[in-house]
Design a protein around this ligand. Structure first.
Ligand SMILES: Cc1cc2nc3c(=O)[nH]c(=O)nc-3n(C[C@H](O)[C@H](O)[C@H](O)COP(=O)(O)OP(=O)(O)OC[C@H]3O[C@@H](n4cnc5c(N)ncnc54)[C@H](O)[C@@H]3O)c2cc1C
Length: 557
């Protein structure tokens, strides 16, 4: 079998890695206060695969042989657990269905091509035999862009790109790297770092997602302020389609009609299989620091973030949590065990006391992290400018200690959702982007909508948010919400998630800044890009894929 790393079948990340709260004394009281839930110690470390039953593969034996003839028998599989690993991404809906073994339809076979030629032969076979082909990167989709339609009658092939995992070349003069699409984030960074380069693209899902997946979902990483979204980073690509391969050369810019590059970015497997990308890479920064600041209120914090974005200071990221998310962050602090940590904790208590004396309402304070990269001198200069901007809004500089901690913990949070599910509690996220002039309105509209949805269902719910990913004209607002699961998990989730999504578009935001559309968000597409926009997109998919063989039903139904 192909040596490709996969996440656990029942949740996020690696077996044996969990969110742990026993070493975080403020966490259980916080959850009780916010959600009314009494946390229990974790009862199990894994879920036994034999607790679920998987529909038998539906495929003709000659098809398995034919696929084996293309990629090698050892690179095809009809194994139940592997098919379940490939059946869906990691949205809450999918996690609930997976844990319950509620699989309407799973891929019938998983194939692992070794190169573009094998991908092309599998794509041609899919059209010839009328199969459904779903490209699979790391399986981290959070918008149901992998899950097959429940009533799909045809044989479903999951095309796992995991063996296409190499950095092929670096044009060191231009800072352009040619990289295969199936490489996982950490493997790619290792290969680039070994030659002194970085892509600088770090989504929260970085550890388990792939370059091809990022391009196919129009991803954005936490350092997009400096490195850009994936749409800015990708300069060229190769896309295998039923009729041939589209080759877009790496060009800094071009005026050759509507952009095919833009058309493939975000196409979620519906227009072909991305096999290779040319991406802008950067020399690893000489010096990097993340500095934390505390603001007295959300409006002041947002003003400071906007002032940073419109100043001439280049930050790698600038983000700020609202008061609810700040309270959550503080609740996840570990118990102070060493003398050094005890002194730091005492220092924090004293700082809060000083703030109260200054008239701060500590329930309203908002923590912010700003990252600086460059030479030591550049970083010092930028830190000074940002300090003067944030001080105009009354912020206190907390320094690099909390910033370093944030930097280390940034990829741990995804494990929290599985932990909460075990506690019969939903914790999920929805994100948007809006112009600076509308961010406050969007923030309030989402809070109000979520509260109404919680009230409607008699739930004690919690919502929190941060602002990140700044642009000249606006920024992303990222919301996390939670509540205890009741009688009908899917119906309750639909009400709350829909309320949040609808508030985005009603208040002037987009349905998603970086999670993509899939099946989860397609209901809002007409409101996002207009009915005529959806008609145009649908026509494109119909013409580009008349047999609906390529990941049908995603983005627009
Ligand atoms: C906990 C969590 C945190 C997340 N944080 C972020 C974040 O910070 N930023 C962000 O942008 N996203 C984030 N996501 C969403 C997700 O990680 C992204 O959508 C990511 O880009 C998906 O990459 P993947 O390799 O896992 O793709 P997959 O999930 O395997 O596939 C996603 C879609 O892309 C298609 N696809 C994959 N590879 C190819 C290919 N080579 N050619 C054509 N189509 C392809 C698939 O068919 C599918 O439609 C998060 C998700 C989770 C669960």
């Amino acid at each position: 079998m192909a040596h490709v790393k996969h996440m656990k079948w029942w949740g996020w990340g690696e077996e044996g890695v969990h969110f742990e709260f026993s070493n975080k004394p403020a966490f259980a009281p916080f959850v009780k206060r916010a959600l009314g839930v009494d946390l229990r110690p974790r009862e199990r470390d894994t879920i036994d695969f034999s607790t679920v039953s998987v529909p038998a593969p539906r495929l003709e034996t000659d098809l398995l042989d034919t696929l084996g003839g293309i990629v090698g028998d050892e690179h095809t599989s009809t194994d139940d657990e592997l098919r379940v690993v490939h059946w869906a991404g990691k949205s809450v809906t999918e996690l609930l269905l997976t844990r319950a073994g509620d699989f309407a339809r799973v891929p019938d076979v998983v194939v692992y091509p070794a190169d573009e030629d094998e991908v092309a032969r599998v794509v041609a076979l899919a059209v010839e035999r009328d199969l459904v082909l779903i490209p699979f990167g790391g399986g981290t989709s959070i918008s149901r862009s992998l899950q097959p339609s429940p009533d799909e009658e045809r044989t479903i092939v999951s095309l796992d790109l995991g063996r296409l995992d190499k950095v092929l070349a670096i044009d060191e003069t231009s800072g352009l790297a040619t990289i295969q699409a199936g490489v996982l984030g950490p493997d790619m960074e290792d290969q680039l770092n070994a030659r002194g380069w970085t892509l600088g693209h770090f989504p929260d899902s970085f550890t388990h997602s792939t370059l091809g997946g990022w391009a196919a979902t129009r991803s954005s990483g936490m350092q997009s302020d400096k490195y850009g979204d994936i749409a800015d980073i990708v300069r060229g690509m190769r896309v295998v389609r039923p009729g041939g391969t589209v080759v877009l050369r790496p060009l800094p810019s071009t005026s050759t009609g509507p952009s095919l590059r833009e058309m493939f970015i975000g196409s979620e497997g519906r227009l072909g299989v991305i096999t290779e990308l040319d991406v802008q890479v950067h020399r690893i920064a000489e010096h990097r620091e993340v500095i934390a600041y505390m603001f007295p209120s959300w409006p002041k914090a947002l003003t400071a973030m906007h002032d940073i974005a419109r100043s001439d200071v280049s930050t790698t990221f600038a983000r700020v949590s609202d008061a609810h998310e700040t309270a959550f962050s503080l609740s996840t602090q570990k118990a102070a065990t060493s003398l050094k940590k005890k002194v730091a904790a005492k220092g924090q208590d004293l700082l809060w006391e000083v703030m109260r004396r200054r008239g701060w309402d500590t329930d309203e304070m908002c923590i912010s992290y700003v990252c600086f990269e460059g030479t030591k001198a550049e970083v010092e200069r930028r830190k000074k400018t940002v300090a003067s901007i944030v001080k105009q809004q009354g912020a206190i500089v907390l320094g690099s200690g909390p910033g370093a901690l944030y930097d280390q913990k940034k990829f741990d949070t995804p494990y929290l959702r599985d932990f909460l599910l075990e506690q019969n509690t939903i914790g999920d996220v929805s994100e948007t982007a809006a112009p600076w002039s509308k961010l406050t309105t969007v923030h309030k509209a989402v809070y109000d909508a979520a509260q109404r949805a919680f009230d409607e269902q008699g739930k004690t719910g919690w919502i929190m948010s941060h602002m990140s990913h700044s642009y000249h004209s606006g920024a992303c607002l990222y919301f996390t919400f939670g509540y205890e699961i009741g009688q009908d998990p899917h119906a309750e989730y639909a009400v709350i998630k829909s309320a949040v999504q609808q508030a985005f578009v009603d208040a002037g935001g987009t349905l998603s800044h970086h999670h993509g559309v899939g099946m989860e968000h397609s209901a809002w597409m007409e409101q996002d890009v207009s009915p005529e926009g959806v008609r145009l997109m649908r026509s494109l998919f119909e013409v580009a894929d008349p047999g609906a063989n390529l990941n049908p039903g995603k983005i627009v139904s």
